[in-house]
Design a protein around this ligand. Structure first.
Ligand SMILES: Nc1ncnc2c1ncn2[C@@H]1O[C@H](COP(=O)(O)OP(=O)(O)O)[C@@H](O)[C@H]1O
Ligand SMILES: O=C(OP(=O)(O)O)[C@H](O)COP(=O)(O)O
Length: 394
């Protein structure tokens, strides 16, 4: 990588503003998957060992510029303290006098976690005043938040213009591994796109069609495509204003000779809950007052076959609502197919996809589990990541 890393700067006694991606899944105030916290440990530990004062910043969820109590980072500070074996102080704000006062008390090797940076409207707007306020807390900026590197926000991009700015070790590793896989991809090259962030991911498909041999669609994303095929989707997740776009993608795939795989059946439910009534239906038979919450077994079998014949697979977004046992089958089938395909280089991206693989105890069978979903997709599309571009060149 042509960007400076945390290893290229002197950290002794320095206040280090380290942007991490602690956007971990939570349920009832408990962290349900800590992959992203563990992934940031090498950089945090490195800064501590060098005698730096570690000021950690992250977002959690999408609070849209206001304080949302359930999105405070307090549980993360508690878990991080356990993992580091050292007390991590937690600030109730992310900048300002109260935070400065806390920073002033820090000794070399101490760790402070700031409050959720997305509690401030300026964060996502990349407001320069907010970026300056973050910068005032520190002497050096380290960006280790690969998962948020595709966002040009005040703590991921703006701040880098006000301080010496370098990458963290996780950032460096992600870019290195993903870059190598993509520079000359082994073929057949398959992308599997699922999950629920339809708006974010649908655009990615356009660019992926230029690169892959097979494109597999699943998860909540699929039903906009099913609708575009002319079928009814009942109460399934649907992005009405993307239906036309979905049609153009299917056409483009045909023109480019990319094989486009869509669900042929689904598990539908009469409620979004663990206790819902469920049934398997053909994709053109989703009842009007039911919602599709997983791909069906025929689809899982179809996708398994494609995966097994692929040499490189990038997977982003679960095939169904895997958090509920009744709708975990499709995601599990895809994870198992990847785990069984020893010749396939598998790159898993996205917080929830990583959590799913972890849940099925298949994480060690994957070639690379990326901490970034959207970020890894944008990187693989060949887009520049603003959080990386803003760092100092070597
Ligand atoms: N058919 C579906 N309907 C509604 N939600 C779905 C469906 N399939 C998957 N999901 C949800 O998508 C979420 C993950 O989406 P997303 O954030 O896009 O993935 P990732 O974090 O892996 O990038 C999961 O919480 C899962 O429950
Ligand atoms: O979870 C994240 O992205 P992902 O779901 O694409 O992996 C990152 O923390 C970025 O979060 P955002 O998509 O709310 O900007």
């Amino acid at each position: 990588m042509n960007k400076k890393s945390v290893k290229d700067v002197d950290l002794k006694g320095k206040r280090v503003f380290c942007r991490v991606d602690f956007n971990v899944p939570m349920k009832d105030g408990k962290i349900t998957d800590e992959t992203r916290i563990r992934a940031a440990l090498p950089t945090i530990q490195y800064i501590m060992d060098q005698g730096g004062k570690v000021i950690l910043a992250s977002h959690l969820g999408r609070p849209k510029g206001a304080v949302v109590e359930e999105m405070r980072l307090t549980p993360v500070a508690t878990r991080l303290s356990e993992l580091l074996g050292k007390e991590v102080k937690k600030a109730d704000e992310a900048y300002g006098d109260s935070v400065k006062a806390l920073v002033d008390t820090m000794n070399e090797g101490d760790v402070l976690l700031l409050e959720n940076v997305r509690f401030y409207p300026g964060e996502e707007k990349n407001d320069s005043e907010l970026a300056k306020s973050f910068a005032e807390l520190a002497d050096v900026y380290v960006n280790d938040a690969f998962g948020a590197a595709h966002r040009a926000h005040a703590s991921t991009e703006g701040i880098a213009h006000h301080l010496p700015a370098v990458s963290g070790l996780l950032m460096e590793k992600e870019l290195d591994v993903l870059g190598k896989a993509l520079s000359n991809p082994e073929r057949p090259f398959t992308a599997i796109i699922g999950g629920a962030k339809v708006k974010d991911k649908i655009g990615v498909i356009d660019n992926l069609l230029e690169k892959v041999d097979n494109l597999i669609i699943g998860g909540g994303l699929a039903y906009t495509f099913v609708k575009a095929q002319g079928h009814e989707v009942g109460k399934s997740l649907l992005e009405e204003d993307k239906i036309e776009l979905a049609k153009t993608f299917m056409q483009k795939a045909e023109e480019k000779g990319v094989k486009f795989y869509m669900p042929v059946d689904a598990i539908v439910a009469d409620d979004f809950s663990e206790t819902a009534n469920t049934k398997e239906v053909a994709i053109e038979e989703i009842p009007s007052d039911w919602e599709a919450l997983d791909i069906g077994p025929k689809t899982a079998e179809l996708y398994r076959g494609v995966i097994k014949e692929s040499k490189l697979v990038i997977w982003n977004g679960p095939m169904g609502v895997f958090e509920m046992e009744k709708f975990a089958g499709g995601t599990k089938a895809v994870a198992e197919a990847l785990a069984e395909s020893a010749d396939t280089y598998s790159v898993i991206g996205g917080g929830d996809s990583a959590a799913a693989v972890e849940k099925f105890n298949l994480a060690d069978k994957m070639s690379h589990i990326s901490t970034g979903g959207g970020a890894s997709l944008e990187f693989m599309e060949g887009k520049a990541l603003p959080g990386v571009v803003a760092l100092n060149d070597k």
